[in-house]
Write a protein that binds this ligand. Structure first.
Ligand SMILES: NC(=O)c1ccc[n+]([C@@H]2O[C@H](COP(=O)([O-])OP(=O)(O)OC[C@H]3O[C@@H](n4cnc5c(N)ncnc54)[C@H](O)[C@@H]3O)[C@@H](O)[C@H]2O)c1
Length: 322
């Protein structure tokens, strides 16, 4: 399995480049495909230098179906890791049509192209957002209620169904991996450049000399702030390798998290400690609509199905950023 060729869509993105890094280390060939809407070409330059290998990169939109089919044929692709997506929850409320086009329709088309070209493996980047805003303090299990509250979460949830139909066809393999909150980096060159996640948001504020902000301090959690499951991007990449190399059929969807919760206040404190700014004032603002008190993964399925458990601690993830 190590000499397989994998197409990684979103291959210049934060998670896509980490998956490429892990796959190359495991002896696989990767073809990267990205429109550079959010992706960064210097990340690919870094991977090429780091692994001393040529990595084909196609700069194109995933809605350019001729281009993507041409790439799959040219490189005789064995499997697809599909990370390309629009992922800003707030923006998805205003641009829901575009979110469904990129995250759902293009995923469906990509699966049709895979079928036409005998690509047998498909691993899809899904998200904890499929669970919506649960009002329990229990970890989310894969077969528990799914109630996305944003077009982003809904587009991913509906796309999962397309992936499930593909992998249910005899001879096909794959799964949808539901990532929780992704943090950390394998190298400074691969850092997360988005403004969606708490850690980059806090760092961005600190870099501008501004105070970090907590939305809601009256939740029914130990310190009153929201609790989330922060999983290292290197563990996300390891989970993809485990899924790619699995020798028996995988469940249609699996949570990828740590199974441990950390609060917003704990994360901010860790970032302040790491930047020697522990005396920085932290603004306490009212709750935001739609934020559940607790959203953490039950991680038992990924462990039993493919032997995957997370390896990096939260402290290691935060340290990797500096
Ligand atoms: N980062 C997280 O915490 C997190 C959590 C859950 C799920 N996810 C999912 O993981 C995947 C990767 O996320 P990421 O954090 O690496 O984000 P990212 O923005 O760094 O990567 C996504 C990549 O997709 C590319 N892209 C977007 N639209 C495209 C299009 N139409 N055609 C071609 N390329 C396009 C972007 O340029 C970008 O490089 C996404 O599907 C996201 O929904 C991320």
């Amino acid at each position: 399995m190590s000499n397989e060729t994998w197409l990684i869509t979103g291959g210049a993105g934060y998670i896509g480049t980490h998956i490429a890094d892990e796959f190359i280390r495991a002896g696989k060939s990767v073809i990267l495909y990205d429109s550079l809407y959010q992706g960064l070409e210097p990340r690919i330059t870094y991977l090429r230098a780091h692994h001393k290998t040529e990595i084909p990169f196609i700069k194109a939109d995933i809605r350019d179906y001729n281009e993507i089919e041409g790439a799959i044929r040219k490189y005789k692709v064995d499997g697809i890791v599909h990370t390309a997506a629009l992922k800003a929850v707030g923006e998805s409320m205003e641009k829901s049509d575009e979110y469904f086009q990129v995250n759902l329709e293009a995923t469906n088309e990509l699966i049709e192209i895979a079928k036409r070209n005998s690509v047998k493996k498909f691993i899809f980047s899904s998200t904890a957002a499929v669970y919506g805003s649960p009002d329990t303090m229990d970890p989310c299990t894969e077969d528990g209620p799914k109630a996305p509250i944003s077009p982003y979460g809904d587009s991913k949830f509906q796309a999962e169904a397309k992936v499930t139909a593909f992998i249910n066809t005899p001879g096909n393999f794959g799964t949808s991996l539901r990532f929780f909150n992704v943090v950390g980096t394998a190298a400074p060159q691969l850092l997360d450049n988005s403004v969606e996640n708490l850690v980059p948001i806090v760092l961005g504020k600190l870099n501008k000399g501004q105070a970090p902000e907590i939305f809601g301090t009256d939740y029914p959690t130990a310190d009153g702030t929201c609790v989330r499951d922060y999983v290292d991007v290197r563990d996300i990449a390891r989970a993809h390798l485990a899924a790619a190399d699995a020798t028996s059929a995988l469940p249609p969807a699996m949570n990828i998290g740590t199974g441990r919760g950390a609060s917003v206040r704990e994360i901010i404190d860790l970032v302040l400690q790491a930047t020697n700014k522990s005396d920085t004032e932290v603004i306490q603002s009212p709750r935001r609509a739609g934020d559940p008190a607790f959203l953490c993964a039950d991680v038992s399925l990924a462990k039993s199905a493919m032997g995957f458990t997370s390896k990096y601690s939260l402290e290691e993830s935060i340290r990797s950023l500096f």
